[in-house]
Design a protein around this ligand. Structure first.
Ligand code: SF4
Length: 370
């Protein structure tokens, strides 16, 4: 029988490091988490607010669509007000890519297949080289070149990879190598196949994602299914979990995925599914704990359990936890019962214990913040 630890990511495939502003993607850099705004970019206030919420959630790179001139104007203002690395997402109009780079985009995402002539691609690449920006060649199943659709009859992993390599050849021929690549399909297994094929052929860093993954639940599962397989193979340097709706949950899902794969340190909450024995509202409590620990960096295991039957056992195995009792909750820290109290008090007491553990961890890791 396989040891479960065999699934841990022990080594990542070597890729060349590429800069996206202050974030390195590829090389020995940790796998980064990115997301994309879904406000109108021309609505600077709304977009700025979303970028700030993404940054607070732990997002490391933000992509912003620049579909027209008014969006480009919004992007310029955004750039002046945002420290986070910004990627301009461009389709069709190379002038918007050049404009975004001139406005200070740290990278542009283009699909050379829909930018038009080689001369237009050359202008974009020259602007990126001039500004020290990087470029993502982002191929999607929905925007494959006509001749490839004819050759393969329908979008498939081989077509995605051929399209991507065609663009890589074109851009390399212009003497530019600061590239990241993506080959996303909406089918998780096709996505896996495409990235595996591509990863065998290039050493550029890969941006992983399943395109149009769906609503928060469906999209998180579909993306995790695909990305877990790839990350376990050591493939992937930056990820986006594409979800319909508010982008902030994309960041939480991405971070949780990396933590689950052992690629990111940080706290995790285990919560029982509840049953007829539950004495407290575990779902509500666990959600509240998850919300409150978003600022915590220590790799703590925190348990929220519904009753004293299995609860204390799990809570004892955790760094800190609560288990429901009759009209009360039991607080555990590192295997020891710290007290029995009302649920509200237990939640606050749990957070105080977590903060102490975070402080200890900070001291051990010498971050000076205590
Ligand atoms: S910990 Fe208690 S409430 Fe939760 S699933 Fe187990 S037995 Fe049920």
């Amino acid at each position: 029988m396989n040891d479960i630890r065999d699934c841990r990511v022990t080594s990542r495939r070597p890729t060349r490091p590429v800069k996206v502003g202050s974030v390195i993607v590829g090389g020995h850099a940790p796998v980064s988490v990115q997301s994309m705004t879904n406000t109108r970019t021309a609505d600077v206030e709304g977009t700025l607010d979303q970028v700030r919420r993404l940054a607070q959630a732990g997002c490391e790179i933000v992509r912003v669509s620049v579909p027209d001139e008014t969006a480009l104007e919004g992007f310029r203002v955004l750039r002046e007000n945002v420290a986070l690395p910004l990627v301009a997402d461009i389709h069709f109009d190379h002038r918007l890519a050049v404009g975004s780079l001139m406005a200070g985009a740290d990278a542009v995402r283009i699909n050379p297949g829909n930018i038009g002539s080689e001369a237009k691609v050359r202008e974009v690449i020259a602007a990126a080289a001039d500004r020290g920006a990087s470029v993502r060649i982002g191929v999607n199943a929905g925007s494959l070149e006509r001749d490839l659709l004819k050759k393969y009859r329908h979008p498939c992993p081989q077509a995605l990879v051929e399209s991507c390599l065609r663009s890589v050849d074109l851009v390399e021929g212009m003497g530019f190598n600061d590239l990241k690549l993506s080959v996303k399909a909406s089918d998780p297994l096709e996505t896996v196949e495409a990235y595996r094929l591509l990863s065998d052929l290039v050493d550029y860093p890969l941006h992983l994602g399943v395109t149009e993954a769906g609503t928060p639940l469906t999209g998180s599962v579909r993306t995790s299914a695909a990305l877990a397989l790839l990350l376990a193979d050591g493939i992937g340097d930056t990820i986006r979990v594409s979800l319909s709706g508010d982008p902030v949950p994309e960041v939480y899902a991405g971070l949780e995925l990396l933590r689950s794969m052992g690629l990111r340190a940080g706290p995790g909450v285990v919560a029982c599914p509840t049953c007829a024995r539950a004495e407290v509202d575990v779902a509500e409590l666990a959600e509240e704990v998850e919300k409150r620990i978003r600022v915590i960096r220590a790799p703590l295991k925190i348990a929220v359990m519904g009753c004293p039957v299995n609860g204390p056992g799990e809570a004892r195995e955790s760094d800190a936890g609560i288990a429901g009792g009759k009209g009360s909750a039991i607080l555990f820290v590192r295997g020891k019962v710290k007290g029995k109290m009302t649920v509200d008090k237990a939640l606050d007491a749990l957070m105080q214990e977590i903060e102490k553990l975070e402080e200890e961890w900070g001291n051990r890791h010498g971050d000076g913040k205590g």
